[in-house]
Design a protein around this ligand. Structure first.
Ligand code: SAH
Ligand code: SF4
Ligand code: F3S
Length: 461
């Protein structure tokens, strides 16, 4: 479909290759960069070799993530040489924000550097590059300006789409770069979010995933039709989005324990479309470590929240992130983390070795933990998490559930989808249900996925 912003005469097509690292925010931003560049004639291609412009949308969260960017840039430099310098290279995302000037200095093959709140300016930057005048480094923080400037139409493929409702973070956990790379917390308006959700539904999207660095910190003025007026939190927004025709499933990610408000918890028991899944990172189970991390909650606070969520929605699947080997973490502290994991019982969890990040308070703390100790703790934690994931998945064998089929499976005729609990589900001979919901009976389960059979092939929409 033609974009309202696009000129009457389409420019010559150019190849665009975007490589995305990091979190869901970057996945969303990469899609929006595609939308921004489309009116200039850029169309996605499958490999950098076919591209006129390569964008690396980068992540700064751990040292390894950042290293990957510089090694990828080395490869792209060679590719650029092969094209006689014609290939354009842009670095976007959180490394661009944190180390933009350094990238420009260290890697002359890079043509443009654009931060997460400035990518709506890519067309101007490309024009300046062609004229060889003006700035090709944009790292301003103006989230409101960006959202106003992004094209209203979005091109999505598939029945599930991310919708960014909140950006940035004011929490300043002592290990984390996000408050520096993404800036202050910013919430989009109800109207802007609803307009985007409607546009997604119109394009056949069945599941919207409301995303933000701290998505449950989202708040906004109630729209004019709400007689109570005042402020809404994420619970109010979810109830509202649930009324949009065609939206069959709603998820949100990632949340902070301190922002788990009563109304959001209540929504889990009341809103039918809201998936019984909550990713609520706790990071550690020791109060001493949580305090040093500046998490603003104790292990007990976290357990109480989980208790309330389970009261509202007994079958909810819980997920978390963990960091092992935070500065000063003792064997006893680490055992408190294992105890918390045992007390909760997670359906899935991500765990990382602490990685000191430049400019964050924790990087300068005494008593950094040895790599070998971190390795050993990570392995122990992951064993426990894997056991819990396996039990969670196996407990669903024999149950029937609605699966949203999003992709082809590995085998011929096989389709892959997601259960309400975010478990990947493979079903044979199911290609006719792709891009929609269908009822599935779970036949088998492993640590990471389910196998099922179709009970009812008709779309439930
Ligand atoms: N906003 C989310 C997630 C932020 S980043 C939250 O508040 O939880 C995703 C995960 O990366 C974090 O939950 C944390 O577990 C991990 N992480 C962040 N900084 C890290 C660091 N310096 N070293 C190791 N892991 C880190
Ligand atoms: Fe990082 Fe903490 Fe903010 Fe999450 S809440 S993005 S971990 S500073
Ligand atoms: Fe990485 Fe930035 Fe996301 S640092 S995790 S891409 S917010």
């Amino acid at each position: 479909m033609a974009d309202a912003n696009s000129p009457a005469v389409q420019p010559k097509t150019k190849g665009l290759f975007i490589k995305t690292y990091g979190c869901q925010m970057n996945v969303y931003d990469s899609e929006r960069m595609r939308d921004v560049l489309k009116p200039l004639g850029y169309e996605p291609v499958d490999a950098p070799e076919q591209a006129d412009l390569v964008v690396l949308n980068t992540c700064h969260i751990r040292e390894k993530a950042t290293e990957k960017v510089f090694s990828e840039l080395g490869r792209l430099r060679e590719l650029k040489q092969e094209t006689g310098g014609v290939l354009r290279i842009a670095v976007a995302g959180c490394v661009a924000q944190a180390e933009g000037e350094e990238i420009m200095r260290r890697e002359p093959a890079v043509d443009m550097v654009v931060g997460p709140q400035a990518y709506h300016r890519l067309p101007e930057m490309i024009a300046r590059l062609a004229r060889k005048t003006g700035d090709v480094l944009e790292t301003d923080f103006a989230a409101d300006e960006k959202f106003d400037a992004l094209p209203k139409s979005r091109q999505v493929d598939g029945p599930s789409a991310f919708l960014s409702v909140q950006e940035g973070c004011d929490k300043f956990c002592s290990f984390c770069v996000v408050p520096y790379t993404r800036g202050a917390e910013y919430s989009r308006s109800v109207d802007a979010i609803v307009a985007e959700a409607r546009e997604l539904a119109r394009q056949g999207v069945r599941e919207v995933v409301l995303i933000g660095q701290n998505v449950n910190a989202w708040h906004g003025a109630a729209p004019a039709h709400d007689p109570k007026g005042g402020e809404w939190g994420l619970g109010g927004l979810i109830r509202h989005v649930a009324k949009i025709g065609g939206i069959e499933r709603i998820r949100y990610t990632t949340s902070h324990p301190s922002d788990m408000e009563d109304d959001l918890i209540a929504a889990h028991g009341e809103v039918e479309q809201l998936a019984p899944f909550l990713h609520l990172p706790v990071q550690a189970g020791s109060d001493r470590v949580l305090k040093a991390m500046n998490r603003k909650h104790t292990a007990e606070d976290y357990l109480r929240i989980i208790e309330r969520v389970r009261l509202a929605r007994p079958d909810i699947a819980l997920a978390s992130d963990f960091i092992v080997g935070f500065p000063g973490e003792t064997e006893k502290d680490f055992e408190d983390t294992l105890a918390l994991v045992k007390a909760v019982g997670f359906a899935q969890a991500y765990s990382f070795k602490y990685s000191p990040r430049p400019g964050t308070p924790a990087a300068g703390m005494q008593l950094q933990v040895d790599e070998a100790v971190k390795d050993e703790r990570l392995a122990r934690l992951q064993r426990l998490i894997n056991d819990q994931a396996t039990s969670f998945n196996r407990a669903t064998i024999g149950r029937r559930m609605k699966v949203l089929f999003t992709r082809k499976g590995k085998r011929e005729g096989q389709a892959l989808g997601y259960s309400p609990y975010m478990q990947p589900v493979h079903v044979d001979e199911a290609m006719h249900v792709s891009n929609r919901m269908a009822e599935v009976e779970v036949l088998d389960a492993t640590m990471s996925s389910l196998k099922g059979r179709l009970v009812e092939a008709a779309a439930l929409a």
